[in-house]
Design a protein around this ligand. Structure first.
Ligand code: AMP
Ligand code: ZN
Length: 479
């Protein structure tokens, strides 16, 4: 069975066929580093991770690129509102680059705790301004731009494919009724490629350009950086569904206008939202739940990963502490089942009678096949988890084979089953407890409480756990 994915471009499930056989170029929109990621944002990155791990499981050589937005992102994706980075820096009394460095580290710390694999290429917007200017020049030379009020705009009326990704053209009515209209725009759907006359007197970072000193619009960064690392046409681009209407629609328009090539990206994969009751979670609104909040409530980051895998990425998930507790219990029971299977394996091979006499006696490969089929069916992680549970509950499979198959599945699920299984045996301390302490130490370091940070490191060392600090956060291992 081939891998199939729902392609927002065309709105249907399609068989995945990469542009170059055996290779996949994948760009996932990364964080804007003006604040911590909230657990909704982290859902997007867990989705990227499942996609990448699935592609690798099926033998593709994946190049995963992620941007870090540290300039140019306004609170409204349509050039309205405040500059997120500048506002955050002012509120915190720091420079924009200090804020960016702090939240970039916090972001990769969170993704590390969730066992999200690091992208192959992580690119900062501020380090790619020349690439953005070069692309804007091509878009300008192709006749898609106009200057007004000091800024350079993309003229959507000139681009015939505009809005193909989002369906009907952006709602003009809605655009016109916004309080903040941009009188320089010919059409309110037009967007800024380069700001030369900043709407913010205090714009911290500016660069020289053919259009004057200024800074790039947000959309251009993703086009310029993805093409720099993946070529002018590539396989998969993803992000949350909120990016379909404006950000990704504008990325397509400017990329295809600049290169003259269509389609720019073959498959568009969008995750649905994690919601709190009926409200969408918004980083800019200020009230949101972070991974650290969950850790403070006694959850292991992997409880949250398990919770997310229990829903299909294209379905909205409602977050509540009770449902997260359900995931926590399920993960605990999965680990204790695996532990008891492991113990049986140390004695005699399970003869198929003791664990559950009623269950079917099938080989582990049946469950692996069901697992793969679930992933091939548009990354159906709830069904993949059921295949894992089926395997664990099947008394007819020798314990060693159960464990091998479970660890094989875990290469995609990323629940660190093997590490968690053996952790207590090795050192008397569970991975959950270590992760909680590692997170507490990150908090202590951030608050400059280095005494506490060192104390945690020493305590863990005494219990056989080594911490290694790196640019992506702290990684731990057993001695
Ligand atoms: P941002 O840093 O705001 O650009 O968002 C980072 C990623 O998180 C983007 O892919 C968004 O589409 C996604 N995202 C934002 N809010 C949510 C949410 N509540 N649930 C799922 N994904 C989200
Ligand atoms: Zn983007």
């Amino acid at each position: 069975m081939p891998l199939s994915l729902y392609n927002t471009l065309g709105r249907k499930i399609e068989t995945f066929t990469p542009i170059n056989e055996g290779k996949v170029g994948f760009y996932g929109c990364g964080p804007t580093v003006y604040n911590y990621a909230h657990i909704g944002n982290l859902r997007a990155y867990v989705t990227h991770d499942i996609l990448v791990r699935t592609l690798r499981r099926f033998g593709y050589k994946v190049t995963h690129v992620m941007n870090v937005t540290d300039v140019g992102h306004l609170s409204g994706d349509d050039d309205t509102g405040d500059d997120k980075m500048v506002k955050s820096a002012e509120e915190r009394g720091k420079s924009v680059l200090e804020v960016a460095a702090y939240y970039t580290e916090a972001f990769f710390n969170d993704t590390g705790l969730l066992r999200i694999q690091r992208p192959d290429i992580i690119c900062k917007a501020t380090e790619h301004i020349a690439d953005m200017i070069a692309l804007i020049k091509r878009i300008e030379a192709a006749g898609y731009t106009y200057s007004a009020g000091g800024n350079l705009y993309f003229d959507i009326a000139k681009f015939p494919h505009y809005g193909e990704l989002s369906g009907p053209k952006p709602d003009e009515q809605k655009m016109q009724s916004r309080t903040e209209l941009d009188g320089n725009k010919r059409n309110q759907g037009d967007f800024v490629l380069w700001f030369t006359r900043s709407k913010f007197e205090n714009q911290a970072l500016t660069w020289d350009s053919p259009w004057g000193r200024g800074y790039p619009g947000w959309h251009i960064e993703c086009s310029a950086m993805s093409m720099k690392y993946l070529g002018e046409q590539f396989d998969i681009h993803s992000g949350g569904i909120d990016h379909i209407q404006i950000h990704h629609t504008n990325e397509i328009a400017q990329s295809e206008a600049g290169t003259g090539k269509h389609p720019w990206v073959k498959y568009w994969v969008h995750n649905e939202f994690l919601v709190l009751d009926k409200d969408k979670m918004s980083k800019s609104a200020g009230s949101f739940i972070t991974l650290q909040n969950l850790i403070d409530e006694g959850f292991n980051p992997l409880d949250y990963r398990y919770f997310l895998l229990g829903g299909h990425y294209r379905n909205q998930i409602k977050f509540s502490v009770d449902s997260l507790k359900g995931a926590q219990n399920a993960r605990k029971s999965l680990l204790s089942s695996l532990r008891s299977i492991d113990e049986k394996g140390k004695g005699a091979v399970c003869g198929g009678s003791s664990r559950d006499a009623a269950c079917a006696h099938t080989g582990a490969s049946t469950y692996i096949e069901a697992f793969d089929a679930a992933l091939q069916d548009d990354l159906n992680t709830p069904r993949a988890l059921s295949a894992l549970w089926g395997l664990v509950k099947d008394c007819g499979i020798p314990p060693k084979a159960v464990l091998e198959a479970a660890f094989e599945m875990d290469k995609v699920l990323g629940l660190d089953l093997e590490g968690n299984l053996y952790s207590t045996a090795h050192s008397g301390i569970e991975a959950a407890e270590i992760e909680t302490l590692v997170a507490e130490r990150a908090g202590a370091k951030a608050a400059k409480n280095f005494a506490r940070a060192d104390e945690i490191r020493d305590k863990l060392k005494a219990r056989g756990v080594i911490l290694e600090d790196g640019p992506g956060g702290t990684v731990w291992r057993y001695k």
